[in-house]
Design a protein around this ligand. Structure first.
Ligand code: SF4
Ligand code: SF4
Length: 165
């Protein structure tokens, strides 16, 4: 991962308690423009952060594979759905399909490119979710992602800067 992104994640680590406190408060009572704050932070963060210079999500966590993702990817690879699941996936404690191991088997570790990009799971398409509606519902996962994804960290930092200005 690019040094600047490691540095950004260090910011999250150093501000862990502040982020936690802010998000806890918003879970009880969120500002009306919470989505707008996240969405503009998301746009600005991804104008600067290049996922191909990062890939921390693909290296360290697993997306959830929905049945339709599995069928689509297995078809793309020309393998049976059951063979695909047996080879790459396992059930997590909630019964969802996730990767057997990290980094993701479909990540090119040299270039950070996804070898199944066009048919990747929906969860990969939507990660890190900071542009979705009703951000209040996913503040818990967003807090976790601020320690994993430099773009989320940047978004949260921008929001915090506005709050404390
Ligand atoms: S989504 Fe976040 S963690 Fe994943 S590659 Fe992009 S910047 Fe990195
Ligand atoms: S499928 Fe592609 S985008 Fe999703 S985790 Fe694996 S390498 Fe990353």
């Amino acid at each position: 991962m690019k040094e600047a992104y490691k540095h950004q994640l260090l910011w999250s680590a150093q501000n862990r308690k502040v982020i936690k406190r802010l998000f806890l408060g918003w879970r009880k009572k969120a500002p009306k423009d919470l989505d707008d704050r996240f969405h503009s932070g998301h746009e600005r963060a991804f104008a600067e952060v290049d996922c191909l210079a990062c890939a921390n999500c693909c290296r360290t966590t697993s997306p959830i594979f929905k049945e339709r993702d599995i069928v689509r990817i297995a078809k793309h690879l020309g393998v049976k759905v059951s063979d695909f699941s047996n080879r790459y996936l396992r059930r997590d404690e909630d019964g969802d399909w996730i990767l057997q191991s990290s980094p993701c088997s479909f990540l090119d570790l040299e270039t950070n490119a996804c070898s199944i990009y066009d048919v990747r799971p929906q969860a990969c398409r939507e990660f890190p979710h900071t542009d979705r509606k009703n951000m209040r519902e996913i503040l818990g996962i967003t807090e976790q992602n601020a320690h994993l994804c430099p773009a989320v960290s940047k978004t949260v930092q921008a929001i915090l800067d506005e709050v404390t200005d």
